[in-house]
Design a protein around this ligand. Structure first.
Ligand code: GLU
Length: 294
């Protein structure tokens, strides 16, 4: 049996804000309630979107709020060899293929979108080989038809036919960077992550991650996707919107707001240690964890 292991995996595209604090808190409380390990991984694989100093800022803010993680902070930018190895496994198995399509072409060719803001369904243009005169841009995973089913601890049973709802998806981008989907499954497996707790915006990525885990023969961690913090207009309070960084001089206000969002009742608290103690008890109650942590 592997020890219960959770992680927080922020992308350094801006400072920690109310939304990312909720994800960090949920994951850490779940680990604390289970008596597990908690890892901090900086997902700095998307170099063009990285903001200088954001990673250091996130780590410092987490520490100031009383978060404690096991082992050193891991950075995806230093793990290229791992991703390359996984990619080579897929390539040798014939599970990935080069794609020469531009985003616009895929958009134009797709008969219907998925209703979300995400990219159109890939129509499979390059599945059987690059069209003549086309150069490889991205690499895609060949997805088999059939339902992916998983039981999210918050959202319940989720079913997705990734083949028809998403299509063959990118594992290596046209600009040469590894796709988030590939890096995240490789890292979660390499770091022994058993429990992924994160924001509900990533629920839609989970089936793709299952498909990749199966293709690479990796274990499937359990998942729990917590509701997103939204702004007054209902938009996700993300790093790409004008989310305010946390007010460092008032850590308790930020922690209490995040706990309220997670529906955790925390009594009037004086110290950070007391806060984390009470919030852990409240989390275990909220998710009905018994002594075995189920
Ligand atoms: N790096 C992703 C983000 O900041 C989260 C990845 C994950 O938790 O799987 O949105």
């Amino acid at each position: 049996m592997h020890r219960m292991t959770g992680r927080f995996a922020p992308s350094p595209t801006g400072p920690l804000h109310g939304g990312s604090l909720v994800a960090a808190m949920a994951s850490w409380l779940d680990v604390r309630a289970h008596g597990g390990r908690w890892l901090l991984r900086i997902e700095d694989i998307d170099r063009p979107r990285e903001v200088r100093g954001a990673a250091e800022g996130i780590v410092a803010t987490l520490a100031a709020l009383g978060f404690r993680w096991n082992g050193p902070v891991v950075r995806q930018s230093g793990r290229n060899d791992l991703y390359q190895r996984a990619f080579d496994v897929l390539r040798r198995a014939g599970s990935v293929y080069p794609c020469g399509c531009t985003r616009q072409e895929i958009h134009d060719a797709a008969s219907a979108g998925d209703g979300g803001a995400s990219a159109a369904i890939y129509p499979g243009t390059c599945r059987d080989g690059l069209p003549p005169g086309r150069a490889a841009r991205a690499w895609r995973l060949r997805v088999a038809p059939g339902e992916v089913v998983f039981d999210d601890r918050a959202a319940g049973m989720i079913r997705e036919d990734t083949f028809s709802e998403v299509g063959d998806f990118i594992v290596r981008r046209a600009d040469g960077y590894w796709a988030y989907q590939l890096a995240v499954v490789v890292d979660d497996a390499d770091q022994g992550v058993t429990d992924v707790v994160r924001g509900a915006d990533l629920l839609g990525s989970t089936a793709r991650q299952r498909v990749l885990q199966d293709a690479l023969g990796l274990p499937r961690p359990r998942t729990l996707h917590v509701p997103l913090v939204v702004d007054a207009s209902g938009a996700k309070l993300g790093k790409s919107t004008a989310a305010q960084p946390l007010e460092p001089s008032r850590p308790m206000d930020a922690l209490k707001a995040a706990a309220r969002h997670l529906e955790l009742e925390v009594p009037a608290i004086t110290s950070l240690d007391d806060f984390w103690e009470s919030a852990t008890v409240a989390w275990a109650k909220r998710w009905r964890l018994d002594a075995t942590g189920r």
